[in-house]
Design a protein around this ligand. Structure first.
Ligand SMILES: NC(=O)c1ccc[n+]([C@@H]2O[C@H](COP(=O)([O-])OP(=O)(O)OC[C@H]3O[C@@H](n4cnc5c(N)ncnc54)[C@H](OP(=O)(O)O)[C@@H]3O)[C@@H](O)[C@H]2O)c1
Length: 276
């Protein structure tokens, strides 16, 4: 039996991880969510598959996370094989602004950066530290951050994408910290990874590209990286690809940022990265 915990499991990529993994009765899947308000499909799936355990928690609150970890401890007798940090949001409604548009809007800038850092950086460190003892006792010993190409300098340079300031800065920050966890935890056999899902057809992607005008704008920018990309990939395809990368993760790649095809995602030139 392999145990998995996934944050942000109500919708999109997180839900599909639960769906894919729980289809195998040999997997025990802990779906960590912040609220049951959007968890209808997850609850329906869990009513049919007894290997899904829904845990309501708050990734920004170490006390609530300690309770969540205690529930996993109880169910697995003290271990967790794979922790997937998937929960994320792009933060306040200023995410469409380019950096100079914040001139004279200092409060909005602080909110844009701080909210993203809280959700995408600090909360993920809280989650890792809360579940670390369990992962140390696990067989797989893997900690996976679902990241984004938005946090990559070359991706930004080549696409010329000027928005999502706080989200991009937070993803860049947490990836360095994921590499630091890899350095620290290698002595326990624990491997970490930042993993790009690619462009995936979820609510988050719809929020950016649901409007046909915005979609065309984004597609034109993405064509600078790959002239063949024509839209976001289906969620099940993205998750199947990412699970292959997670299953193949070895110590040699610990701390890296890889694409959903298992290639190095930090490009020194767009030409050698399979971005989509
Ligand atoms: N879709 C893409 O093209 C794409 C591209 C690059 C990277 N990613 C990354 O992939 C991951 C999943 O994204 P997605 O597209 O599946 O997003 P999504 O459909 O918007 O789902 C986001 C999930 O995260 C949860 N969440 C959001 N903010 C949270 C918070 N503060 N605390 C706890 N949970 C929170 C949501 O819970 P609620 O239901 O309660 O809101 C939901 O379960 C994210 O890390 C994202 O950065 C996605």
């Amino acid at each position: 039996m392999v145990s998995w915990a996934i944050t942000g499991a109500t919708r999109g990529i997180g839900f599909e991880f639960v769906n894919n993994l729980s289809a195998d009765p040999e997997n025990q899947v802990f779906a960590l969510i912040r609220s049951r308000g959007t968890a209808g499909p997850l609850e329906e799936l869990a009513s049919k598959r007894k290997n899904i355990h829904i845990i309501v928690t708050d990734i920004s609150d170490p006390k609530k996370l300690a309770q969540a970890a205690a529930e996993v401890f109880e169910a697995t007798t003290g271990s967790l094989d794979v922790l997937i940090l998937n929960a994320s949001s792009a933060g306040p409604d200023t995410s469409a602004l380019a950096p100079s548009a914040f001139h004279g809007k200092e409060e909005a800038l602080e909110k844009e950066i701080n909210e993203n850092v809280k959700t995408n950086v600090i909360s993920n460190i809280f989650v890792i530290n809360s579940f670390l003892d369990l992962v140390r006792n696990g067989k797989e010993k893997k900690i996976i951050l679902i990241s984004s190409q938005s946090g990559d300098v070359e991706f930004t340079r080549i696409t010329g994408f000027p928005n999502l300031l706080g989200y991009s800065a937070a993803k860049a920050s947490i990836m360095v910290i994921i590499a630091k966890f890899a350095s620290e935890l290698a002595q326990y056999g624990i491997k970490t990874l930042s993993l790009s899902p690619g462009w995936v057809n979820t609510d988050a992607a719809q929020a950016v590209t649901g409007n046909p005008e915005v979609r065309n704008f984004v597609l034109n920018l993405f064509h600078r990286l790959d002239p063949n990309v024509n839209g976001p990939a289906p969620v099940d395809e993205a998750v199947t690809n990412m699970l292959q990368v997670i299953q193949s993760l070895t110590e040699a790649d610990s701390g890296k940022f890889l694409t959903h095809h298992g290639k190095n995602a930090f490009g020194d030139s767009g030409a050698n990265v399979d971005w989509f």
